[in-house]
Design a protein around this ligand. Sequence first.
Ligand code: URA
Length: 431
Amino acid sequence: MSVEPFDAVDVIRIKRDGGAVPEDALRWLIDAYTREYVADAQMAAFAMATLLNGMTRDEIRVMTDAMIASGERMSFAGLGKRTVDKHSTGGVGDKITLPLAPLVASFGVAVPQLSGRGLGHTGGTLDKLESIPGWRAALSNDEMTAQLRDVGAVICAAGTGLAPADKRLYALRDVTGTVEAIPLIASSIMSKKIAEGTDALVLDVKFGSGAFMKDVDRARELARTMVALGTDSGVATTALLTDMNTPLGLAIGNANEVRESVEVLAGGGPADVVELTVALAREMLALAGQPDADVETALRDGRAMDSWRAMIRAQDGDPDAALPTARETHTVTAETDGVVTRLEALPFGVAAWRLGAGRARAQDPVVHAAGIDLHVKPGDTVRAGQPMFTLLADDDQRFTRALDALDGAWELDADAVAAAPAPLVLERITA
Ligand code: URA
């Protein structure tokens, strides 16, 4: 039996007492945890000490690197195309990856989008796409490379080989109240993105009610930390800090979000979804060496739609098939005249989840037709009796708990004046 060079307890004590863990000790900790030599209880103590005392930039870099080293590293170097990925920290109604990946790919750039399933109130991109009859999330590395070469855009499930240390640590953080530590979030997200082998990365870091980070200053700190990590690892990285106080677009769910994405690809769709898709596409294309790409025209003239159809077909989906629709609906109407002054993301996310659009346990199925269709957004004027939103479910027994979640989630003000919504993109963060 080989002798371990460090003791986990000593490493935990350094972090507990506010010190910086030396590089060799931190690399060992992550490796030994992956080998199951370091126990969950020890790693949980280390994660809590990190949440309370933070990490230096150097420690975060080492932690990220050690998690990358725990698994495989992909490479798309042989493709002959620039690869650009996007990561969102997640929000309610966030379907942007769906129109964005084919839009950017229509400019000859490869977009390898390794995505996840939803857990809790934020939906998962794979769950949304699985509303499309036949569509397949699991691709081999060879299939992924071939699709990147031939079609340009791939949205598929991340294999288990990328950053396995993160997979264990993330599950542990989830049950020990240590998810919110910025060094741990940043190293978790960036280890997977760097291991994926993309040349460039655009981060959509959200703040507000429906976001992971409620507070804009913490979201900014997370964005800066991740941009620095990407840049230090040779991945050209920028971030947009975006508002997640209101759901994105008018659809929250799975099938309805695919429908809305297809509207955007057809040159229509809600203004906020178009605005964010265009802003992120511009960032991605600038990193791919096309700063003047006319992305709006590609949405209007059908190029992005052609790329979407090819992407769906390549994964055995039928882009022309009807999407599932809900068996039961319940529409909530305005009780008075007024202007919508608030429509809060988190309760709408929770309500959609309770309707069956999301899952409480990783092994649960989602109901693809479930969710919420909004009929109004903040700033809109409504009349008493006008529909505000419609709940969608396969079982009408779900409506009561969804409506409970929505209690106090919106506001109508008779005296307010109709107004344009607040800007969606607050800041751009570069290295
Ligand atoms: N997403 C991740 O992949 N990791 C985190 O820590 C948080 C969100």
